[in-house]
Write a protein that binds this ligand. Structure first.
Ligand code: DX5
Ligand code: ZN
Length: 220
């Protein structure tokens, strides 16, 4: 049985009580923390940098899934690797030397994922899928939590799942943006196995995780 993982995007948490929020996420049974790194250039918002990621790492035993929404991502790999990232995803749109960038992440012995914006076709990833540990399908325009899921993202997940099967590959498929209890089942059926949730989760963390586990039939 394929294990479906739930990743908590802390973008929607109350940053004034970040430590408590992280502890609650841990206690609830989420599998990883998803950390959105925004630079105000690649996306119209600014969030946190490696120093804060390092502090989060020091108080949490959950794996840190770092989603880089920045220009010039190669500049940041070493810094976030040293801060304790378990995986780093970089946007296909942000670097023309994607193969080199993915290799740089893998040299740090952490998971290397590639992400695509809503307007990017997954077909552009055909020649990188052999090399990545995962693909992150953005199902909203990156930059903000609480947006509406873009429906054609499902087709991208199906494409990536079929490509994986046909070519006997082993990457994870993440989906990020507008995920809630009403669309999770379709996402899993399409082939997503790491589900990233922000605003829907933080409305009531324990309740959400309980319903998620029910949906995915995983007994904690
Ligand atoms: C958006 C981020 C997402 C975001 C998801 O740019 O990459 O991780 O926090 O939030 P929701 O689940 O509210 O769409
Ligand atoms: Zn994200």
């Amino acid at each position: 049985m394929i294990q479906i993982k739930l990743l908590a995007s802390i973008l929607s948490c109350n940053f004034l009580r970040l430590e408590n929020e992280i502890k609650e996420i841990q206690d609830s049974g989420c599998d990883m923390l998803h950390l959105d790194i925004m630079d105000g250039h690649f996306v119209p918002n600014i969030t946190i940098g490696p120093d804060i990621v390092k502090q989060i790492h020091s108080i949490s035993n959950l794996a840190l899934d770092v989603h880089l929404m920045v220009e010039n991502p190669s500049f940041w790999i070493e810094k976030f690797a040293n801060a304790g990232a378990y995986s780093i995803s970089v946007h296909q749109e942000a670097d023309i030397h994607l193969n080199r960038l993915i290799n740089t992440i893998k040299e740090k012995k952490i998971r290397a994922l590639v992400s695509i914006n809503p307007a990017t076709s997954p077909i552009v990833l055909d020649y990188i899928l052999d090399y990545v540990d995962g693909v992150l399908v953005m199902s909203v325009n990156p930059g903000f939590g609480g947006q509406k899921f873009i429906e054609n993202s499902l087709r991208k997940i199906e494409y990536l799942a079929k490509y994986k099967y046909t070519n006997n590959l082993d990457y994870v498929i993440q989906v990020d943006g507008g995920v809630n209890l009403n669309n999770i089942k379709n996402l899993i059926d399409a082939g997503a196995n790491e589900i990233i949730v922000g605003s829907a989760l933080f409305k009531n963390i324990h309740e959400f995780v309980r319903k998620f586990k029910e949906l995915t039939r995983i007994v904690v």
